[in-house]
Design a protein around this ligand. Structure first.
Ligand code: WT7
Length: 645
């Protein structure tokens, strides 16, 4: 039995949703989805109101539509509709990498900046439906760029600033972006990130991309290509400060976001305007129990879905004050998060378990010497939070006062799906607890049999579903069906394993497919493998995840060299750097094991199950190895794993 943390009296008193309301709303959301979402869809402004609510089928060709005959503009919902009341209220608090740099941007300012960029983009020929790739650091211009795209009806695709030129190029090519918005350099932990240099390299192979807008962040020296490259500050200065938002259908795409799958190249997850905004704003309000005037801080990067839904779209649609942080948790000191909390009087703080674990290692003093009095609620996202990190977060950061919302969701889901609601849910450390409205978790075994009651299995989601769900994969609806709806008929398969306890609480146990979760970032094993085998000295590679104290999972690579090449420490470093260069630092292998051979079936399939066990140092339960073409390979691998200690 795990410890239970009841809803604190103080939280219960002011919370938007208590347990009775949760139960009643949840019941209605799954029994009468049209009625429920028909009502909640009105939380945003529609140009033409919808008359249809839900039109969803998880079978056959899979079609997901919400509010399909309604029209709206997402940027107008995040900006224009707030102006009467909030023109002078802060929308974004920006905290720079350098603690001496910060800014407050009001809804009025933000609106003007977005209008100017929308006009400048239009002048560059960007039209409704065009794709725009954004490769920016965590500066206000990132939010401005997203909203300007939404305003003109262009589909943005943000590529995390830590990705390599190759990774950026692949993502520009896949969706044929005609515009790239980047910066001279990024700044993280006092170090510069050569964004424009990377972008120039990427664009050598991207024929679709005709224009580049460059934000001056550091003032570093960069090369500007005449006719293609434009300084952001020049073009917005010339542009008009007013702009009429383009009317969009609820099912027009708002953005693409590439994420790793278990096979092949990254998938372009497509989110549309209406349902996504309803869901992002509703979850932001209720999961974080957001009250007027509160300062809310999500530490994610806008390069990931968390930044989309819970730094920009959800909070701004709600007229909230959202903090955007350019830096990292340990610069200039390991107290940075808590210094920022005190500096800006943050009430709600949302971060990732990996950050908690790395700060935990530094002891309590760097936390305890700060006040954190403003904090009211804490959140966690990205990977399972181990109970030890959870209780530390609760006790040390939250002074035993602040509930923690452990929010489970995915790039594909658009918003939070399984989570406590602060005023409704008693907490258990390590459990994401219960489903949000409209979400119907189903546990299935490997054969697809539905499991009832307290059980463990693969986590699927059944209809009716929620309006924020992805609609397709960019340019590949078949892959969409195959990846998510083919494994278990009529249901969305999440790729996660989970346990459901006697109280109906869900405990996410991690991916059951070939996706690794490194510090809350998804990496496909296939992507790292293809980067490794692209190295001239590598014959073959197999990559698996293994438990890592800070990152949750680390990347473990088995590498077979070509005939005549000898393993060496230098080559190990070379391969690590190679993968960093091919994909980006987040894909760097933590451990490389030289393996003269890999365990394969007689038909040549690599048996990853065995490689995972060896990487986990769990040699006792390798299971059946009799189907291997050469079982001695396994003994060799175990020997060399053990010899490395
Ligand atoms: C995968 C999705 C959701 C935004 C950030 C990651 C894992 C996410 C939790 C959580 C346990 C979690 C799952 C999921 N995950 N949140 N609270 N508890 N696991 O988005 O890159 O699409 O990754 O992250 O394995 O499938 P993503």
């Amino acid at each position: 039995m795990s410890e239970v943390y009841p809803v604190p009296a103080e939280t219960a008193k002011n919370a938007l949703i208590d347990n009775d309301k949760y139960n009643a709303w949840y019941e209605r959301s799954v029994k009468d989805p049209d009625g429920f979402w028909g009502e909640h869809g009105k939380r945003i402004d529609w140009i033409k109101p919808y008359t249809k609510v839900k039109n969803v089928s998880y079978s056959g060709d899979v079609s997901i539509k919400w509010f399909e005959d309604g029209t709206l503009n997402v940027s107008a919902n995040c900006l224009d509709r707030h102006l009467a009341k909030r023109r002078d209220q802060t929308a974004i608090i920006w905290e720079g990498d350098d603690p001496n740099e910060s800014a407050h941007i009001t809804y009025g300012d933000l609106h003007e900046r977005v209008c100017r960029l929308a006009n400048a983009m239009t002048d560059l020929g960007v039209k409704k439906g065009d794709r725009v790739t954004i490769y920016l650091p965590m500066i206000p211009e990132a939010a401005v760029a997203m909203l300007a795209c939404a305003r003109v009806g262009a589909v943005h695709s943000i590529v995390f600033g830590g990705f390599s030129p190759d990774a950026l190029a692949g993502r520009i090519q896949d969706c044929d972006s005609s515009l790239l918005i980047t910066a001279d350099e990024g700044l993280r932990g006092g170090r510069k990130v050569p964004l424009k240099v990377n972008a120039d390299k990427a664009l050598e192979t991207c024929w679709s991309c005709k224009s580049v807008i460059v934000v001056k962040r550091t003032g570093g020296d960069v090369h500007m290509v005449t006719g293609r490259d434009h300084w952001y500050h020049d073009i917005v200065a010339k542009a008009s400060p007013t702009h009429t938002p383009v009317e969009m259908s609820a099912e027009d795409p708002l953005f693409l976001l590439y994420t790793s799958g278990s096979t092949g190249k990254p998938k372009g997850v497509v989110h549309t305007t209406g349902g996504y905004l309803v869901y992002a704003s509703m979850t932001h309000q209720y999961v974080f129990d957001y009250h007027e005037g509160e300062v809310y801080w999500c530490t994610a990067d806008v390069g990931w879905v968390t930044g989309h839904s819970y730094i920009v779209y959800g909070p701004l649609a709600n007229g909230a004050i959202t903090l955007m942080f350019e830096g990292i948790p340990n610069y200039p000191t390991v107290s940075r998060f808590w210094d920022v909390v005190d500096k800006h009087k943050v009430n709600i703080f949302y971060t990732a378990p990996t950050a908690i674990r790395s700060l935990m290692r530094e002891g309590e003093e760097p936390v305890k010497k700060t006040s954190r009095k403003s904090l009211r609620l804490l959140g966690s996202v990205g990977e399972p939070i181990n109970p030890e990190a959870w209780t530390w977060y609760h006790r040390v950061v939250g002074d035993n006062r602040c509930p923690i919302v452990d929010t489970w969701w995915q790039t594909e889901t658009g918003g939070i799906l399984i989570t406590p609601l602060p005023g409704a849910t008693a907490l258990k450390p390590g459990s994401a607890t219960r489903p949000f409205f409209g979400v119907k978790p189903v546990m299935v075994d490997a054969e697809g049999k539905t499991l009832e009651g307290a059980t463990e299995g693969n986590l699927c989601l059944a209809e009716p579903g929620w309006p924020g769900q992805m609609r397709t994969l960019w340019g590949d609806h078949d892959r969409f069906i195959q990846s998510y709806f083919a494994t278990y008929k009529g249901m969305y398969f999440t790729g996660d394993g989970a346990r459901r306890d006697e109280d109906g609480y869900y405990w996410i146990t991690g991916r059951v497919d070939d996706v690794i979760n490194v510090s809350g970032h998804r990496m496909g094993t296939a992507e790292v493998e293809s980067a490794l085998v692209a190295h001239p000295k590598v014959a073959e590679a197999a990559v698996v995840g293994y438990p890592h104290d800070i990152k949750g999972q680390g990347i473990y690579a088995y590498v077979t060299l070509i005939q005549g090449e000898e393993p060496s420490e230098d080559l190990r470093k070379e391969l690590v750097n190679w993968v960093r260069k091919e994909i980006g630092p987040i894909a760097s292998p933590d451990l490389i094991q030289w393996s003269p051979g890999l365990p394969k079936t007689r038909s040549g399939k690599i048996m990853r199950r065995i490689l995972r066990k060896i990487a986990e140092n769990d040699f006792g339960s390798l299971g059946d190895t009799s189907t291997l073409a050469d079982p001695t390979v396994v003994d060799d691998l175990i020997d060399s794993r053990m010899n490395r200690g």
